[in-house]
Ligand binder design. Structure first.
Ligand code: FHN
Length: 456
């Protein structure tokens, strides 16, 4: 510990990354799937004939502005129509498996408070819809069966609970109401862990309210209680704040939780930014829609190429990359998302070796794409194919290992590798020229594997 650190009771309880098997497994995932599903999928971004461009899962609050008289009653009664007859958890899990996802984060309850499991602590659950069945269980079972680890998304914000407050409760009445909400939140979390014993972690959200941030000791105790209930449980940095009100990183700059959970719809620009911490990035396919929005025509939709680029950017800096899906009100995954999953899966089928279990190479980012590394293998995922078909790899002299051989991952073809001395940059780098097949076999990035000499 640095001498100038201030004493904190509720800051980080560990310095540096977790080293246990559960966390190592998390670290090796590379690619994950996020699913936002709830009753907001019924309006799908449209409210009383009007299209809302804001995030569709927030429509209850967008529509409030336009229709103050009845928004609450209308939205909060939508669950009575929730009957997703096209929902097939096994099909979702199969699709995720084919895409190459190693974990899924599933919304058990979003900000609207509607629970996709039959919680004992509220009536606002799947049990009281025409569908009735426990959707969380169906998802957990189906993904477990595919060997995809499940993480339960849980929103602290709950617009449905009468005791929920965003601002710090001040009056006696508000304070009592919020205490009730805290009890409810704790009960639900314990219930989730008990009901779904195979879930590997909790993915918290909506934990930014002033009221919640103030609950320093209580949230710290609760986190400890949850961890004690489930050894190995993984919880990111979005659950609680320290006694100075800091979230994610405490007043000393130390990460609270098992990994940094602040990378939402953005990626770190360099390895230095993540300071050696574990992290994941959660990404929407449109700019900012998590729940189902029927109208995707008004914004840019990321392509499989874009997403592979982001995946490799994340993995090259020791992060996991998680792509969000928003099934519709009937439970179907829209064709655009199904197509993305399929294309990514085709790419992963060939190139996953460059993703799973790989890590930051220790090399500067090359112009051609991204490096990842596993033991003595260095992977270069090429996005910018050189015009002359020669990929020039620059390895700093200070780097302990040297590429000895190269081959292409797609077809295992040996690639010509020669040491090059251009007489430039002599003191800093060694150069290796790798000749890649002249005609690109697809419009997607390809991977070159280099065997490295020397101990890493
Ligand atoms: O407000 C939510 C949003 O709807 C979505 O669930 C994302 C997912 O990370 N989290 C919140 C915004 O940070």
């Amino acid at each position: 510990k640095k001498a100038d650190k201030i004493a904190l009771q509720y800051g980080a309880h560990r310095i540096g990354n977790r080293t246990d098997a559960a966390m190592q497994r998390w670290r090796d995932y590379g690619l994950g799937q996020f699913i936002h599903w709830g009753i907001y999928a019924i309006p799908g971004g449209q409210w009383e004939g009007k299209t809302y461009n804001g995030a569709a899962e927030w429509i209850r609050s967008w529509s409030e502005k336009d229709s103050p008289a009845n928004w609450r009653n209308t939205y909060d009664n939508l669950y009575k129509q929730f009957n997703p007859t096209n929902f097939d958890a096994k099909q979702w899990a199969q699709q995720a498996k084919d895409m190459g996802a190693k974990y899924v984060i599933f919304t058990t309850k979003h900000h609207d408070g509607f629970c996709l499991w039959p919680s004992k602590y509220t009536n606002y659950t799947i049990k009281n819809t025409p569908y009735k069945k426990d959707i969380v269980k169906e998802v957990v079972d189906a993904y477990d069966a595919q060997g995809i680890d499940v993480y339960l998304y849980f929103s602290i914000i709950d617009w449905n609970h009468p005791g929920y407050r965003s601002g710090t409760p001040k009056t006696e009445k508000d304070i009592a109401a919020y205490e009730d909400f805290k009890k409810f939140t704790r009960n639900q979390l314990i219930e989730l862990l008990k009901n779904y014993p195979t879930a590997k972690g909790l993915w918290f959200d909506g934990s930014w309210d002033a009221a919640w941030i103030k609950q320093t000791k209580w949230t710290d105790d609760l986190e400890k209680e949850l961890r004690a209930l489930r050894p190995g449980l993984i919880i990111g940095s979005r659950f609680r704040a320290d006694e100075k009100g800091n979230r994610h990183f405490d007043a000393n700059g130390d990460l609270m939780g098992d990994y940094e959970q602040g990378w939402e719809r953005k990626l770190p620009s360099s390895i230095e930014v993540v300071k050696g911490n574990d992290w994941d990035c959660v990404m929407t396919i449109p700019p900012n829609q998590w729940g189902y929005n029927a109208n995707w025509a008004t914004s840019y939709i990321k392509t499989p190429y874009d997403l592979v680029g982001m995946l490799m950017q994340a993995v090259s800096m020791n992060g996991n990359f998680v792509i969000n899906f928003g099934p519709d009100g009937k439970g179907a995954i829209r064709p655009e998302e199904a197509n993305i999953a399929k294309k990514l899966g085709e790419w992963m089928k060939v190139n996953a070796e460059a993703v799973y279990g790989t890590e930051y190479s220790g090399l500067p980012k090359p112009d051609y794409g991204y490096y990842t590394k596993k033991g003595n293998k260095l992977y270069l995922t090429v996005f910018n194919r050189p015009m002359n078909g020669i990929v020039r790899v620059a390895i700093p002299r200070s780097y302990k290992q040297r590429p000895a051989k190269a081959h292409s991952l797609a077809d295992q073809q040996t690639l010509k590798l020669v040491t090059t001395n251009m007489g430039m940059d002599k003191d800093q780098n060694m150069y290796y020229d790798i000749t890649v097949p002249f005609a690109p076999s697809s419009d997607m990035p390809f991977v070159i594997i280099m065997d490295l000499n020397g101990a890493s």
